[in-house]
Design a protein around this ligand. Structure first.
Ligand SMILES: Nc1ncnc2c1ncn2[C@@H]1O[C@H](COP(=O)(O)OP(=O)(O)OP(=O)(O)O)[C@@H](O)[C@H]1O
Length: 238
């Protein structure tokens, strides 16, 4: 793969960047060439749009940044912590404390209510729980209101909500407890353009209020206008 970057932010002196990668690659199996990724530095509080065609490695990149995968080569600094040097258990704890992930398929827990899905990260991370004001349930209600989820949906199982509502529940779950970083993997792919733009505006406004860094992945380049920085991955050469 030949990665290209466009307006990728570069490191400035000061506090540790939200995300910093160098020489990163990942090899899924011995039959395929490793996927290589551009060096990237995202300063704290800034928002980056990552795009590229299907198969270019966008989801793989997010899995590396969130610590769900370990790189074959290179380093990943998240908030100044070299997470590639942590073991899998420590990476899971680090993710629970510092990173909110919005998955392409949302990954909501089907037997839990909307509200219980949103407060879930506070059961997995003491620091996210302690950061809620004044408690996880009240913060969940505030986020659900800000994301325009009607009150009668809060106690309902997430399986009884629309796709757009489920997507906003996933965003509230990522934001609760104020993680420093949000990683979002194509969460708008099932939405029409009006709902997609509304969702992005809400997500980025809430992130801005909390000085949260956002890395948003999509193959849809029309969304780039919402972001100050963008990086493109290109397809692997066959
Ligand atoms: N679990 C896996 N095992 C083996 N190969 C994988 C696995 N997941 C992804 N790959 C391969 O890695 C490459 C990059 O896949 P990835 O899902 O990261 O791309 P993507 O840009 O997110 O694609 P899309 O836009 O279609 O979601 C592809 O060639 C894919 O087949």
């Amino acid at each position: 793969m030949t990665p290209t970057t466009e307006s990728a932010p570069h490191r400035a002196p000061g506090p540790a960047p939200a995300i910093e990668t160098t020489g990163l690659s990942h090899c899924w199996d011995s039959e395929h060439s490793p996927i290589t990724f551009p060096d990237l530095t995202l300063p704290a509080g800034e928002h980056l749009f990552l795009h590229g065609p299907s198969g270019s490695g966008k989801s793989t990149f997010l899995s590396l940044l969130s610590g769900m995968l370990s790189p074959s080569t290179g380093g990943i600094g998240i908030l100044g912590t070299p997470i590639h040097q942590l073991n899998a258990g420590d990476r899971d704890r680090f993710r629970a404390d510092h990173i909110g992930v919005i998955f392409q398929q949302f990954n909501l827990v089907p037997y839990l209510s909307a509200e219980a899905n949103v407060t879930l990260p506070c059961r997995l991370s003491a620091s996210r729980r302690d950061a809620t004001d004044p408690d996880p349930t009240r913060e969940a209600h505030r986020l659900l209101t800000a994301l325009a989820i009607p009150k009668d949906c809060w106690p309902r199982s997430v399986t009884r909500l629309s796709i757009g509502q489920q997507q906003r529940i996933a965003a509230a779950r990522a934001l609760i407890g104020g993680p420093e970083i949000i990683l979002a993997d194509e969460p708008t792919s099932a939405l029409d353009s009006d709902n997609r733009d509304r969702f992005l505006d809400l997500l980025l406004t809430l992130a801005e209020e909390r000085n949260t860094s956002v890395l948003f992945v999509s193959h849809d380049r029309s969304l780039a206008q919402h972001f100050t920085h963008q990086v493109r991955l290109t397809e692997p050469e066959l």
